[in-house]
Write a protein that binds this ligand. Structure first.
Ligand SMILES: NC(=O)c1ccc[n+]([C@@H]2O[C@H](COP(=O)([O-])OP(=O)(O)OC[C@H]3O[C@@H](n4cnc5c(N)ncnc54)[C@H](OP(=O)(O)O)[C@@H]3O)[C@@H](O)[C@H]2O)c1
Length: 226
């Protein structure tokens, strides 16, 4: 079984890669070199939006992690912000799907996992660009789930604030962390491993009945009001 993790060098992608290491052949794409390498993984250093993607024979599964937390009031968001966020979250994912779909479709337990954000289902201030791009990711993943059934399962995970390099600026000190944690029912900032566990589960044989879902791993933020 071969699995590609786009963005498997940091944060949630790295956590997912560590969980899958050893049990399958892993391919990992990122723009910068991995600071922490997962044993046995094959690394491809490239920009998924602009560069040619490598051929990977018999690829069965993909996880697509690139995204941003570009939070600004709408007056400060430039058209360029929307374009960049859309390219990173949506167009990059589309490029990867189009490159590998023919191969993925032929494999056993073929599956794709994408990442959205809790801010698509729950309106949040300053999220216009990120939520617009990730809303498109949810639409993309549901549409693909329908189009590719029964051959490929396609699911999307919508996290709340998770402690990764992407969120480091927002989680810059204890006061900021406490303030962010206090806004969700479980009063927590998630760890990358919690999202990695969900991604790993969605790829597994145990999740063979799950497709077309947007699954909130969000400390209760999307559905509870306390
Ligand atoms: N962390 C959170 O609080 C949070 C909350 C809600 C949703 N999410 C979503 O969850 C997903 C994962 O988040 P994360 O926090 O783990 O992100 P992260 O720490 O920024 O990791 C992203 C990974 O993607 C790679 N990457 C980014 N752009 C790329 C490109 N153009 N080409 C190739 N590789 C690229 C990065 O490596 P390089 O930089 O070296 O390319 C890195 O390995 C994202 O889609 C994010 O929007 C995260």
């Amino acid at each position: 079984m071969k699995t590609l993790i786009v963005g498997g060098t940091k944060g949630i992608g790295l956590a997912t890669a560590k969980m899958l290491a050893g049990e399958r052949e892993l391919h990992i794409i990122s723009r910068s070199a991995a600071e922490e390498q997962v044993p046995g993984a094959q690394y491809h250093q490239l920009d998924v939006i602009t560069d040619e993607l490598p051929d990977i024979e018999d690829l069965a599964q993909m996880v697509y992690c690139p995204g941003s937390i570009n939070l600004k009031p709408i007056g400060s968001l430039k058209e360029e912000d929307f374009r960049t966020d859309w390219e990173q979250s949506v167009l990059g994912a589309v490029r990867v799907v189009k490159k590998y779909l023919r191969t993925i479709k032929k494999q056993e337990n073929a599956a794709m996992v994408f990442f959205s954000t809790v801010a698509v289902g729950q309106g949040m201030p300053f999220h216009a660009s990120v939520a617009a791009a990730k809303g498109a990711v949810e639409g993309l993943s549901k549409s693909l789930a329908a189009e590719l059934a029964p051959d490929v399962r396609v699911n999307c995970i919508a996290p709340s604030m998770t402690d990764t390099p992407l969120a480091a600026r927002l989680l810059r000190n204890e006061k900021a962390r406490e303030s962010i944690a206090s806004r969700n029912p479980l009063k927590r900032i998630l760890e990358a491993e919690e999202l990695g566990s969900m991604a790993t589960y969605l790829l597994s044989h145990a999740a063979r009945g799950i497709t077309g879902q947007v699954i909130g791993v969000d400390a209760g933020l999307s559905s509870l009001k306390l």
